[in-house]
Design a protein around this ligand. Structure first.
Ligand code: XUL
Ligand code: CO
Length: 436
């Protein structure tokens, strides 16, 4: 069998003192944390696009990545990629993966040829899945790269584009069924607008909902019901993307009555672009019982674009994992590394090193979050902060026993309001103790 990483064996947990770069220093798959193994908590997935197809080019420079799976024809390269991809998953001990249709198979010269290529490659993928026990976390249709989508997919002004997108979604659900996909994602990168001068926003959003309802109906028809997920992002490539953030997307989901079938796939870097922290987005989703899955990466707050870096910030992964623990876990979703190696990390082995870094950072986040939960760190803080609602007038307010008149009578007699300090700096300092 061909190996694409001849110098690396299966990556093992060796503890934080190891000098071996191809070892986990914190991620110990079978270690039990709060009653569950780390791998059950974390449900890591590798993203096909960033790992197998991104070449290191940027708007100012040519490809940098050395990738030994490149072959004579696009189809031969696609087949090599399947081999290499499963070698990466197996060596990392990652049990899930995610892909767009165009990541796995060449588009060819027609939609028919594209679909035939997808059938051939998914046969190979299925063989590998059966051989290894690795599972499909989610797939999606890329409805943003081809020029036909320059005015959107379901939100396009052109009905033929809508039909083309619908065909891609149907195929996406067919292969989701074939591969036992647990979720199905819609990221509407081009579902937004450039200028209101020529845009009927309501019509476009109605059409996006129409496509989603068709997807639900088709899933029911073929007897395959993955958890549908919408991935919010405020902009890029659209100037105004309709699914701006978790709250905006929930308003859309509720407006069109999609609550029973749709949840959210939240990405850390998209939160940054929306001007939110990642934990804010996760918390909003939890308020609606709609936390579906996450795209794990990090942005750069000094840059205004989506850098999709591997997560290495323990503070962020701790607060994200805390939300996930509070959610009772992330299944059937997972932690998908929607992350790419930097342009200067161009060697094959960097693909493994980068995932090790991300997995270790999330493992540290999990452990710190578990300690915070076991110590009731945030619970106690919040109980104290909202204590005035536990008794007296507060208890009556939250029991819905008061109205504006009764509260006016109360306020007239108690207008000497006493406030307490939040001691927020001390809180932040104590939180730091959990991170090291
Ligand atoms: C783009 C992005 C996508 C989605 C899937 O910013 O995150 O890769 O995750 O289409
Ligand atoms: Co993403």
């Amino acid at each position: 069998m061909t190996t694409y990483f001849p110098n690396v064996d299966k990556i093992q947990y060796e503890g934080k003192l190891t000098a071996n770069p191809f070892a986990f220093r914190h991620y110990n798959a079978d270690e039990i944390v709060m009653g569950k193994s780390m791998k059950e908590h974390l449900r890591f997935a590798v993203a096909y696009w960033h790992t197998m197809t991104q070449d290191g080019s940027d708007p100012f420079g040519n490809p940098t990545n050395i990738r030994t799976w490149e072959a004579e024809t696009p189809m031969a390269t696609a087949k090599n990629r399947v081999e290499a991809f499963f070698e990466i998953l197996t060596k990392l001990g990652v049990e899930y993966f995610c892909f767009h249709d165009i990541d796995i198979a060449p588009e060819g010269d027609s939609l028919e040829e594209f679909f035939a290529n997808i059938d051939e490659i998914t046969d190979l993928i299925k063989e590998k899945m059966d051989e290894t026990g690795i599972k499909l976390l989610w797939n999606t249709a890329n409805m943003f790269s081809d020029p036909r989508f320059n005015n959107g997919a379901a939100s396009s002004n052109n009905a033929e584009v809508f039909a083309y997108a619908a065909a891609q979604v149907k195929k996406g659900l067919d292969i989701s069924k074939k591969l036992g996909g647990q979720n199905y994602v819609f990221w509407g990168g081009r579902e937004g607008y450039e200028s209101l001068l020529n845009t009927d926003m309501k019509f476009e959003q109605d059409n996006i909902a129409r496509l989603f309802k068709m997807a639900i109906a088709y899933g029911e028809k073929i007897g395959h019901k993955p958890q549908f997920l919408i991935e919010p992002k405020p902009k890029e490539p659209s100037k105004h993307q309709y699914d701006f953030d978790a709250a905006t997307t929930m308003a859309f989901i509720q407006k069109y009555g999609l609550e029973g079938d749709f949840k959210l796939n939240l990405e850390a870097n998209h939160a940054t672009l929306a001007g939110h922290t990642f934990e804010h987005e996760l918390n909003v989703a939890r308020c609606y019982d709609a936390l579906g899955s996450i795209d794990a990466n990090q942005g750069d707050t000094l840059l205004g674009w989506d850098t999709d870096e591997f997560p290495t910030n323990i503070y962020d992964t701790t607060l994200a994992m805390y939300e996930i623990l509070e959610n009772g876990g992330i299944a059937p979703g997972g932690i998908n590394f929607d992350s790419k190696v930097r342009r200067s990390s161009f060697e094959m082995d960097d693909l493994l090193l980068a995932h090790i870094a991300g997995m270790d950072t999330f493992a540290r986040g999990l452990k710190a979050a578990a300690a915070l939960k076991e110590d009731r760190f945030f619970d106690e803080l919040k109980e104290k902060r909202y204590a005035t609602y536990q008794e007296g007038i507060g208890a009556k307010i939250v029991a819905d026993k008061e109205d504006l008149e009764t509260l006016t009578d109360y306020a007239l007699q108690h207008d000497d309001v006493k406030l307490e300090s939040s001691h927020l700096e001390m809180v932040k300092s104590r939180l730091n103790d959990y991170l090291v």
